[in-house]
Write a protein that binds this ligand. Structure first.
Ligand SMILES: C[S@@+](CC[C@H](N)C(=O)[O-])C[C@H]1O[C@@H](n2cnc3c(N)ncnc32)[C@H](O)[C@@H]1O
Length: 211
């Protein structure tokens, strides 16, 4: 796919959180197979993770066309042989798992990674993500979520509370999610919460495994 370097977008947080996230991914992702990244955003994570997580195949995606252009531009620069072209993928669409299966061809999908999306989208996006992941992953498959979460009905830091207020003011359907609600949702689609890792800047990595 031809790509224009000028399409590259930058999210400063990615260069701060990518090291700590990579450390967790290296430990929890299955050693081989394909990793589907949902909501890859600028594509900076994909371009940085893919060469460091070989031989896994990294499949980025995003719902927004301008983000997919950015992903493609960063991927062209990274030139990692295991990094695929971005998929157009909206997890609120009913048929997104079928589109993934068709695009992956025979590559075995072993994990789904989603970073900083479910609080910056309606709850229906979390529902669509987890339901589709439950259809796509087989036993032992990993669903990795990263972002801020409330625990026991409380924010884990004043900065997260302020961030939550800001998100909800911007869009009343957005907001920092409750860890327990996400775990319960995941449970209804066959996932168990296997691990929870405290991350810098009051974020969490949640590692779910498909039963
Ligand atoms: C805050 S950005 C995070 C991007 C990237 N993961 C990161 O950490 O920099 C949220 C991304 O979620 C994408 N997104 C929002 N709703 C989505 C949906 N329903 N399906 C797929 N992607 C979605 C947006 O287009 C955006 O790129």
């Amino acid at each position: 796919m031809a790509s224009d370097p000028d399409d590259r977008r930058h999210a400063p947080a990615t260069s701060r959180n990518r090291g700590p996230i990579l450390k967790v991914l290296s430990r929890v992702l299955p050693a081989t197979g394909c990793v589907l990244e949902i909501a890859s955003g600028t594509g900076e994570h994909a371009a940085w993770f893919a060469p460091r997580l070989q031989p896994r195949i990294w499949q980025p995606s995003d719902a927004a066309a301008e983000m997919r252009a950015s992903i493609a531009a960063h991927a062209a620069e990274a030139a990692a042989p295991n990094l695929r072209a971005p998929l157009a993928l909206d997890v609120t669409a009913a048929n997104w798992p079928q589109a993934v299966t068709a695009a992956l061809d025979d590559a075995p999908l072993r994990a789904i990674v989603n970073i900083n999306m479910i609080h910056i989208s309606p709850w229906s996006a979390a529902e669509g993500l987890v339901a589709g992941a439950g259809q796509l992953l087989s036993a032992g498959g990993v669903l990795f979520l990263y972002g801020p979460f409330r625990i026991g009905g409380k924010h884990t830091a004043p900065s997260n509370e302020a961030f939550d207020r800001m998100l909800r003011a911007q869009d009343s359907t957005w907001g920092v999610r409750d860890l327990e609600a996400v775990a319960a949702l995941a449970g209804t689609h066959g996932f168990a919460l296997r691990d929870r890792v405290d991350m810098p800047a009051n974020n969490l990595s949640l590692i779910f495994e498909r039963a």
